[in-house]
Design a protein around this ligand. Structure first.
Ligand code: BGC
Length: 822
């Protein structure tokens, strides 16, 4: 039987059922036609399989223990496609042993601001690097017949109001910065699934954005997998089906399936669009589980023949892989000679992070780790290391007694290593940070120690950039990131020179928050966040305005040195070939990440000074020299022309820079490209002069409107705004009844945590769309109650609505809950 015939045998209700999850973690099944479910689990840096599939609330049940690998900002610093492939393959094996068919990752949104709470899960500020590394991960996982869902498509670049905010982005920026990594992964690695984001783009929620999910994804990029929603991102389900959202997750308890069925019946949804959605899902169900009716006569019906195969899976071995990966991810930011440490020195470790490392972030990626190693325990294998607490991981204020002991120990030691980092409650899914600062207790103790010894090294455990007010007074800084459960071992090996560090920053560390390109436009206003800095994200911005940074994109030191030479550029028919040599000119073996940047200093189009378009990580013995070849395809020289609605190359000369970082360029050359003329570029220098010649962090309304090519959408709610169930409590908190309910909800959140974070629990309640109250609560909140609340927020039928909510235990007159209502 063909897929079409199979779908032809389904009733309308059965087909509609396929547009929403069976529960929190499984796709729908249809026993009558022997269609099984596939099971998904969160990632991306470990398998977070939840025990209970029926409870659709995110806090449901416990999760299964598995190996916790470094999180994405750390992984990206490896600049190594092989590392991503190795992780993908390892995760696939873990998935198989746990009966998981699909991993919800990788997460590849661009780091627009260093404050985004989820940056630790995201790869980079650069779309090319993100696409290359994520592509390797996806191929690694899918090679073993486990699927991925690449997320969050698209423009989920902040956590604040992530469920309701609309990102205002011009087309060129969307294509070049925010869609580019997705495009690369879709085309090169063919992921089985994509997860749409919560937010909207230019006023249209991703879960019902046909331009995004259909025109671009399927028509332009040729995507043939299925699209699932982020958890609770569904709004109008029939519109979603018509727009290319195949599967809504998690289950809405049948609300969405019913709406889809009704829409087909009343003619507002074309049944063929529903059939397409079902077909997209079933193709992958068949790939992983086998749908027997599609294989009548075949000897093998279960496609995923390796399923539940534990034979190749051993957690202790995977822990070793986690260590190996972590060793490639740490970035030596500064070293004035103290590192590597000698094992015979008198060394003291200070800071609770040495003992209780922070190795992952909070939220849906949180893993029940298998075996966590601390830097202190690992270092004691190499040397006799003393320890003083100095400060606790979560301390804001310094405890004078602990501080005094630490300073005294530092004074007596030959070398002091301070382990600093961001506390758990600083960095998580669900909310953003509000500053780049480490807790003051940490900065203050480092300052005090600097006064008594010059021999101080700082090891950092954080998922995104921090400011370092003490940077000039310390000898060395090792950025360990959130390095997974084996990070402690990797860190100790690097400190003692057993491993030569080879990580490079996949993001810029700015000097201060006000230097960042979206400082004035992050996290936005009530309704929208305007991406006024346009393509000038990360190093593209700092280089454009020649701003000093703390550490540039691509930076990372080694215990050895590398010499670059012999740049050759040949312009071939379809691409440009770059050749150069690298020699290990130091005394120990090590790895270098050679980075190839393309820039076009003059022209009709405003552009970044340089953009990463190629990189290679290479291992060299002392004295060894190798030739590297990097191929730059036409896309490496293109910009997205809004006039042409296509990728276009301006004819003329392009600068090729080969470097050890974006600001340590070792070799330079030029290549001239002749191309067939592009259509007229609508973005003229006279109209967009700040983008061409000024500071893209300071764009006025007029210029941004010109760039957008449409009027600026309303950024705030009007005083008489009519809210919908797609709004959140945060949106309605200034209305008469919204104020009262917001306060009650906030109080009710006290004492609860969600996926490791109290703040995440609160933001989830306050910022989720109100529709999720009934689709997500497993019947605890009815649709009538949610609608009555909405009516009150809109000042409609007050008496009637007050009665309805009162019967559900919410007294909005007296401002109290009369029933326990979690
Ligand atoms: C997150 C996703 C995650 C999903 C399932 C959502 O809140 O944004 O990244 O995969 O939950 O846990």
């Amino acid at each position: 039987m063909t897929l079409k015939e199979l779908i032809g045998q389904m009733t309308l209700a059965e087909k509609a059922m396929f547009t929403e999850g069976k529960n929190a973690w499984e796709t729908p099944a249809l026993e009558r036609l022997s269609v099984p479910s596939i099971r998904v689990a969160d990632g991306p840096h470990g398998v977070r399989k939840q025990n209970d599939t029926e409870d659709t609330t995110p806090e449901a049940a416990g999760t299964v223990t598995s190996v916790c690998f470094p999180s994405a900002s750390a992984l990206a610093a490896s600049f190594n496609r092989g590392v991503f492939a190795m992780l993908g393959e390892t995760l696939a094996k873990e998935c198989k042993s746990l009966d998981v068919d699909m991993i919800l990752g990788p997460a590849i949104n661009i780091k627009r601001s260093p404050l985004c709470g989820r940056n630790f899960e995201y790869v980079s500020e650069d779309p090319y690097l993100t696409g290359e590394l994520a592509g390797a991960y996806v191929k690694g996982v899918q090679r073993h017949n486990v699927g991925v869902s690449v997320k969050h498509f698209a423009a989920n670049n902040q956590e604040k109001k992530r469920m309701t905010i609309s990102a205002v982005i011009d087309d060129r920026t969307l294509r070049e910065i925010y869609l580019s990594a997705f495009e690369s992964v879709v085309k090169s690695a063919r992921p089985d699934s994509l997860m749409c984001s919560y937010n909207g783009i230019n006023g249209v929620f991703s879960s019902q954005n046909r331009k995004l999910l259909h025109d671009i994804l399927r028509d332009e990029w040729g995507y043939d997998g299925f699209v699932m929603s982020d958890w609770g991102a569904v709004h109008d389900r029939p519109i979603g089906v018509a727009s290319g959202l195949d599967l809504g997750m998690p289950s809405s308890g049948g609300v969405d399936a019913k709406a889809v069925e009704e829409a087909v019946k009343n003619g507002t949804l074309d049944e063929s669009l529903l059939d397409e959605a079902v077909a997209n899902i079933l193709k992958k169900v068949d790939k992983y589980k086998g749908i027997p009716l599609l294989h009548e006569g075949d000897s093998v019906t279960a496609r995923n023949s390796e399923s539940s195969d534990n034979s190749q899976f051993n957690r202790s071995d995977d822990h070793k892989i986690a260590r190996k990966i972590a060793s490639e991810c740490m970035v030596l930011l500064k070293n004035e000679g103290m590192l590597p440490l000698s094992t015979s020195e008198k060394i003291v470790f200070i800071g609770e992070f040495a003992r209780k490392p922070r190795f992952q972030g909070a939220g849906s990626s949180h893993i029940e780790a298998f075996r966590v190693s601390s830097p202190l325990a690992a270092a004691r294998h190499f040397a006799d290391v003393r320890y003083k607490k100095g400060f606790g991981c979560d301390d804001e204020k310094l405890d004078e007694k602990l501080a005094e002991e630490a300073v005294l120990a530092a004074r007596k030691a030959a070398v002091t290593v301070v382990f600093a980092g961001l506390p758990d409650e600083y960095e998580s899914e669900g909310f953003d940070r509000d500053s780049l600062k480490l807790p003051e207790a940490q900065n203050e103790l480092i300052r005090r120690i600097c006064k008594v010894t010059p021999n101080i090294i700082v090891c950092l455990q954080n998922g995104s950039p921090v400011s370092m007010p003490w940077i000039n007074d310390v000898n060395a800084v090792l950025e360990c990131y959130l390095a997974g459960e084996a990070g402690g071992e990797a860190c100790a090996r690097i400190l003692f020179g057993k491993t030569n560090p080879s990580g490079k920053l996949a993001e810029t560390f700015p000097l201060k928050l006000s230097d960042t390109p979206c400082f004035d436009n992050f996290p936005g206003k009530a309704k929208t966040v305007e991406y006024r800095e346009a393509i000038y994200v990360g190093y593209r911005y700092y280089d454009k305005v020649s701003k000093e940074v703390l550490f540039p994109f691509g930076h990372g030191l080694s215990y050895t040195t590398f010499a670059y030479s012999d740049l050759k550029i040949s312009n071939e028919i379809d691409d440009v070939k770059i050749n150069f040599k690298i020699k290990n000119s130091g005394r120990c073996a090590g790895a270098e990440v050679a980075q190839v940047y393309v820039g076009r200093p003059t022209g009709q189009v405003h552009r970044a000074v340089r953009e990463l378009k190629g990189f290679e990580k290479i291992y060299l013995e002392p004295g060894e020299e190798r030739e590297i070849t990097v191929i730059l395809d036409r896309r490496a020289f293109s910009y997205y022309s809004v006039g042409d609605a296509a990728w276009t190359i301006e004819p003329g000369s392009y600068h090729i820079s080969v470097g050890s970082s974006s600001r340590d360029i070792r070799l330079r050359g030029v290549v001239t490209l002749d191309t067939v003329g592009a259509k007229e570029n609508p973005h003229r220098a006279e109209e967009l002069s700040t983008y061409f010649f000024g500071d893209p962090a300071k764009i006025g309304d007029e210029e941004f409107t010109k760039l957008l090519g449409m009027p600026l959408p309303e950024a705030d709610y009007a005083p008489d705004e009519k809210f919908t169930l797609y709004n959140s409590l945060e949106d309605v908190k200034n209305t008469r009844f919204g104020k009262v309910f917001y306060k009650l909800a906030k109080l009710a959140c006290k004492g609860h945590t969600l996926l490791g974070s109290k703040k995440m629990f609160e933001t989830n309640v306050l910022e989720t769309q109100m529709r999720n109250y009934f689709t997500w609560s497993g019947g605890r909140v009815t649709e009538d109650t949610a609608k009555a609340l909405l009516g009150l927020f809109n000042n409609e039928d007050i008496e009637k609505n007050l009665k309805i909510v009162a019967s559900a235990g919410i007294d909005l007159v007296k401002g109290r809950l009369t029933k326990r209502n979690d």
